[in-house]
Design a protein around this ligand. Structure first.
Ligand SMILES: *Cc1c(COP(=O)(O)O)cnc(C)c1O
Length: 221
C-alpha cells in the first residue's frame, strides 16, 4: 500500500472512531481530501484507494490538475475551499461540484447568474468568519443568517450548509459550536469544519465534512 493510501485508511479509521465516541454514525462524516499544491502523482494513489471527494483552494490550479483526473476516475466531487473572486466564477462553476466559500452578497449573485446561464448549479456552503479575523474570508457570524437567506431564497442557490476556518492560535471548540449552531437554526444539513490538527474535535462538535490535507498527502513544502 502506498503511504497516501495508508494515510487515508488511518484518517478514515480515526474519523469513524471520533464519530462513535460522539455517539454518531461514522457514515454521516464525509472526508474531503485537500489536495492543494499536490500533483497528479500524489492524487492518483488516493483515487486508486477509492477516495472521491477532494478539496482545492485555487481555481487556476484545480483547472490545470483535475479535468484529466475527472475523465479517468468517475464519481469525483471537487470542493472549492479557497476564496473565490467574481471574475473566476465562470471557471469555478464549470469545474467544482461544491463551493464552500460563499461569503458575500456579490459572490452569491454572481454564482446565481452563472447557474442561470449554464444550468450548472453547484452546492454552496456559506463561509463564516467565526473568529471575526479582519484578514480572513467569511461573513461575520452576526450576518450569516441574512446571507444564507439571501443566497437561498433570493438567489435560489443550492445552499447546503456552512464552513469555517477557526483562528490558528485558539481552542477551535467555541468556533465549531458557533458554526454548528448557525447550521442548526437555519436547518442546513452540512457543517464543514476540522482539518488535520483538529478534525476529531470538529466531529465531536458536529462536523459533517472534515477537510484534511497534510495528514493524508504530507506537508506542503
Ligand atoms: C489547506 C486547507 C485545509 C487542510 O489543512 P491541513 O491542515 O493540511 O489538513 C482545510 N481547509 C482549508 C480551507 C484549507 O485551505
Amino acid at each position: 500500500m502506498s503511504d497516501i493510501a495508508s494515510n487515508l485508511a488511518e484518517i478514515s479509521r480515526r474519523i469513524a472512531a471520533a464519530a462513535r465516541t460522539a455517539g454518531r454514525d461514522p457514515a454521516e462524516i464525509m472526508l474531503v481530501a485537500v489536495s492543494k499544491t499536490h500533483d497528479d502523482a500524489a492524487i492518483r494513489p488516493a483515487l486508486e484507494a477509492g477516495q472521491r471527494i477532494f478539496g482545492e483552494n485555487r481555481v487556476q490550479e484545480a483547472a490545470a490538475k483535475w479535468p484529466g483526473l475527472k475523465a479517468a476516475f468517475p464519481g469525483i466531487r471537487l470542493h472549492l475551499i479557497g476564496p473565490l473572486q467574481t471574475n473566476k466564477v465562470r471557471e469555478a462553476v464549470a469545474l467544482f461540484d461544491v463551493v464552500e466559500t460563499v461569503d458575500r452578497p456579490k459572490l452569491a449573485r454572481a454564482l446565481a447568474e452563472e447557474s442561470r446561464r449554464t444550468g450548472r448549479r453547484p452546492a454552496c456552503l456559506i463561509q463564516v468568519n467565526t473568529g471575526r479575523e479582519p484578514q480572513k474570508a467569511g461573513i461575520d457570524p452576526d450576518q450569516a443568517d441574512a446571507l444564507i437567506a439571501l443566497a437561498r431564497d433570493t438567489y435560489d442557490l443550492d445552499v447546503r450548509g456552512v464552513m469555517c476556518i477557526p483562528p490558528a492560535d485558539e481552542d477551535p471548540t467555541p468556533h465549531f459550536r458557533l458554526l454548528a449552531g448557525i447550521a442548526a437554526r437555519n436547518r442546513l444539513p452540512v457543517v464543514s469544519m476540522g482539518m488535520s490538527g483538529d478534525f476529531e474535535q470538529a466531529i465531536a462538535d458536529g462536523a459533517t465534512h472534515v477537510r484534511v490535507g497534510s495528514a493524508i498527502f504530507g506537508s506542503r513544502g
